[in-house]
Design a protein around this ligand. Structure first.
Ligand SMILES: CC(C)(COP(=O)(O)OP(=O)(O)OC[C@H]1O[C@@H](n2cnc3c(N)ncnc32)[C@H](O)[C@@H]1OP(=O)(O)O)[C@@H](O)C(=O)NCCC(=O)NCCS
Length: 166
């Protein structure tokens, strides 16, 4: 399977909305309603395109054998624009094929080579081991754990912090 990341296009909104409109996916992403309307994804894609112009964020659509499989982003730059937060999702039908791992590798390369970043960071809830595993496989290091950081379904969840530096 060939995994590529490319700048978002407005026509990505529909396939991305279909992939994200899934309770299992949204359980691990904050800030999205369920069901997630197409209008919300259209706004996100427009914001993503604008982010490239302002440098506020760099989002990419993930393609697996040329099919839209998810989205990945560098966002929330720090004060000197040398460090960004990483976020990503892959639609459920594409899980466990190495797609997120490969997309993370590619966005890290872009961040260090093209944006000249010195650090990329991310976090995941401890009830989402697949996310931690993809980051580890792509070269991020586990830097710390905030114990009992949030409560989900009446259970305390830790938050794991990941980072990679140049
Ligand atoms: C996390 C996510 C992006 C992973 O995408 P993916 O393309 O399936 O990831 P990969 O195939 O590259 O790697 C997944 C790894 O996790 C492992 N994995 C999957 N479910 C797991 C589980 N419940 N426990 C432990 N490991 C698990 C897989 O076996 C695989 O590891 P392996 O290659 O060593 O076998 C995808 O599940 C997703 O979009 N989830 C919802 C949104 C989300 O969590 N985003 C990240 C927020 S921090």
């Amino acid at each position: 399977m060939i995994v590529k990341i490319r700048k978002p296009k407005l026509s990505d909104a529909k396939p991305l909305q279909e992939l994200i409109n899934d309770k299992t996916v949204l359980k691990q992403i904050s800030g999205y309603p369920y069901p997630c309307p197409l209008s919300r994804m259209k706004k996100d894609v427009r914001d993503g395109i604008k982010g490239w112009e302002t440098g506020k964020s760099y989002s990419f659509t993930i393609l697996a054998d040329n099919e839209t499989a998810g989205s990945i982003i560098l966002e929330n730059p720090n004060k000197d624009n040398g460090c960004y937060d990483l976020g990503f999702f892959v639609g459920r039908k594409f899980w466990n094929k190495g797609i997120a791992t490969e997309a993370i590798r590619q966005i890290i390369k872009f961040g260090f080579k093209d944006l000249k970043l010195y650090r990329i960071q991310a976090d995941n809830d401890s009830d989402n081991p697949a996310s931690g595993k993809t980051m580890k496989k792509a070269g991020l290091k586990l830097e710390g754990i905030r114990k009992k950081y949030l409560k989900k379904n009446n259970k305390y969840i830790d938050l794991q912090f990941w980072g990679i530096t140049k």
